[in-house]
Design a protein around this ligand. Structure first.
Ligand code: SAM
Length: 216
């Protein structure tokens, strides 16, 4: 994917069908990610690329939840969901670029991005912004598809690359590239969704230990 106008155009087209196409199949990943953000009471939680708000009913009621998205049409659906499901813990749904957020540093206790890293043009910029707006020691949770290391799946992913616009995501984001670029402590990596083809990465907003200092 590339520029914000292109992303907005794609999701304007996709928004009426999104819940049918990508609702149930990705729901287990959403549940696992939100469970990590829900661990502590009274947290300020940011849902980055909130889409139509499919995860919003999963957040605990004592949380203070903000969602951002680049697509007005996706946000409109999220707002309808909040009204219909009566979710008083959702404080705001804002149109904003996840790679250039308007929030002050350390505004949130937990920051979650589900199925977004392969949609944005620069996943490292996305994760650095998530890190910036998260408190030190806070939880950063990413659910995404990552490039397979080899075999037929890798060949299919490479063949899909020219069609990223149509399928709505780039299939070749590399897990280690994202993890190294993030310079965050990885708490766990777990397989989720559709037989484990997607991964959940739970980061803690703490710099990873420097192997040189540890004498490694
Ligand atoms: C595949 S959907 C995921 C939606 C939701 N997180 C879910 O799990 O259903 C990707 C979402 O990311 C949003 N998005 C893409 N690029 C963005 C950006 N730079 N800033 C904010 N949102 C963005 C899209 O508009 C879309 O709603």
């Amino acid at each position: 994917m590339d520029s914000l106008p292109n992303i907005r155009a794609s999701y304007r087209r996709l928004s009426p069908l999104y819940d049918v196409l990508e609702g149930a199949i990705f729901h287990s990943g959403r549940k696992d990610a939100v469970a990590l953000a829900n661990k502590r009471a009274h947290q300020r939680i940011l849902d980055v690329g909130v889409g139509t708000g499919l995860a919003l009913p999963l957040y605990r009621r004592d949380a203070w939840v903000v969602g951002i998205d680049a697509s007005p049409e996706m946000l409109k659906r999220a707002k309808t969901r909040v009204r219909r499901k009566r979710l008083p813990n959702v404080a705001a749904l804002l149109e904003m670029d996840a790679m250039n957020m308007a929030f002050a540093d350390r505004s949130f206790d937990a920051v979650v991005a589900m199925h977004v890293a392969s949609v944005v043009s620069d996943p490292i910029k996305l994760i650095s912004e998530m890190k910036r707006v998260c408190v030190p020691g806070g939880d950063i949770v990413v659910v995404n598809h990552f490039a397979s290391s080899g075999g037929p799946l890798r060949m299919i992913e490479q063949a899909c690359r020219p069609f990223a616009e149509v399928i709505g995501f780039r299939p070749e984001v590399r897990l280690m590239h994202l993890a190294d670029g993030a310079r965050l402590q990885i708490v766990q990596v777990r397989r989720v969704n559709l037989g484990g083809y997607w991964r959940l990465i739970h980061f803690r907003n703490t710099a990873p230990a420097d192997p040189a200092r540890l004498g490694a």
